[in-house]
Write a protein that binds this ligand. Structure first.
Ligand SMILES: Nc1ncnc2c1ncn2[C@@H]1O[C@H](COP(=O)(O)OP(=O)(O)OP(=O)(O)O)[C@@H](O)[C@H]1O
Ligand SMILES: [Mg+2]
Length: 341
């Protein structure tokens, strides 16, 4: 069982335009569609597409159109009532592929909402294999929200389960890792892209990280630390867009190139990568094979329109070449330069 928490889910409304966006004009749409969105929601959709069990936990009314749409897709949802509608995000697409996004902030959640969301997530995650916390936080939730969730889940846990994966950015991710670096707790997996890893560590630019898997691994290694001085993260999966991904654990790192594909929409590719990793982990596969499945899943998602997720049969992990990165440069004394929120 893989539980996901999406603290700031959305109903994504995509409007296809026949031409460019002209400010101040009446624009006529060619077509439009609505899809439930949010990082954890996407992970649950990809996990369900691989026929594994998953529950998507999110704040929202059970009767909310976003929640109903997710259930219509066969996804189990644990909706924690807030008395407010799930936010709507709007994407305008032009014929040349240019997209303009308007994201609402999300409802203002109260301390009572926060507490009920933490409790519901911890109870759902008790006994699960993985808990995935993903995405941004809505207004009202303090940056330490993810630390609260992980601690509450672990307080109910047995046998080291659930393992915890985090796919977030900015203050919520930085606050979680800073708190864990101070307390000696660890998150089992994070999945930053190049820009997110750059922002978190302050060591190199996102472009440099994305262009250089060895640099990506070296920067990620500062979060993992060493046996003598463990960092706040057990493993880092850094996705590098069309360049593939690297996986860094305590003593080892691997890199994998992405296959050549015709990319239709990379939106949510990273969420599918994380799902691919978790699916392979759940199947008991070793790290290199998990990385291969992550890259295969991301590439298959990028070849699909919108934030569509692939079925397992649409991914080809065997075609992904994974190699060890033998000399993990530990960046000398630049260990753990965590950005603090
Ligand atoms: N153009 C592409 N060609 C081939 N594979 C791609 C391409 N873009 C993305 N991928 C695959 O998807 C994975 C994740 O992509 P990326 O690093 O862009 O994620 P991300 O920035 O976290 O995306 P998001 O947060 O929108 O889901 C990559 O590791 C790769 O396997
Ligand atoms: Mg991402």
């Amino acid at each position: 069982m893989i539980i996901t928490l999406t603290a700031n889910p959305s109903l994504d409304h995509t409007v296809e335009l026949p031409g460019v966006v002209e400010r101040g004009e009446v624009l006529r749409a060619l077509a439009s569609r609505e899809q439930p969105g949010g990082k954890g929601v996407n992970v649950s959709r990809a996990v369900a597409a691989a026929e594994l069990s998953t529950v998507a936990v999110l704040p929202g009314e059970s009767s909310d159109p976003m929640v109903e749409s997710l259930r219509d897709q066969g996804i189990d949802v644990l909706a924690v009532p807030t008395g407010q509608p799930v936010r709507r995000n709007i994407t305008l697409t032009e014929p040349d592929g240019t997209t303009t996004k308007i994201n609402e902030p999300g409802p203002l959640l109260s301390e009572d909402d926060a507490t009920r969301l933490v409790d519901a997530t911890a109870r759902a995650a008790a006994g699960a294999e993985w808990l995935v916390v993903a995405g941004s936080l809505p207004p009202g939730l303090a940056p330490d929200f993810y630390a609260r969730v992980v601690r509450a889940a672990r307080a109910l846990a047995a046998d080291g389960r659930p393992l915890v994966a985090v796919d977030s950015s900015g203050a919520p991710l930085a606050a979680l890792l800073a708190a864990f670096a101070d307390s000696g707790e660890r998150v089992d997996l994070i999945k930053p892209n190049g820009a997110e890893l750059a922002e978190l560590t302050g060591i190199a630019s996102g472009e440099d990280i994305e262009a250089d898997p060895a640099l990506a691994a070296a920067v990620a290694a500062t979060l993992v630390g060493s046996a003598e001085a463990p960092g706040p993260v057990v493993a880092v999966l850094v996705t590098l867009g069309s360049r593939g991904a690297v996986l860094v654990e305590a003593d080892q790192a691997w890199s994998a190139q992405a296959p050549k594909i015709v990319a239709r929409s990379t939106v949510g590719a990273g969420d599918s990568s994380l799902a691919g990793y978790l699916i392979a982990h759940t199947a008991g596969l070793p790290p290199a094979a998990r990385l291969a499945q992550a890259v295969a899943h991301g590439a298959a998602a990028a070849a699909l329109p919108g934030s569509d997720v692939p079925a397992l049969s649409e991914t080809d992990a065997a075609a992904i070449d994974v190699g060890p990165l033998p000399h993990l440069d530990r960046l000398g004394d630049r260990a753990l330069h965590l950005m603090r929120p």
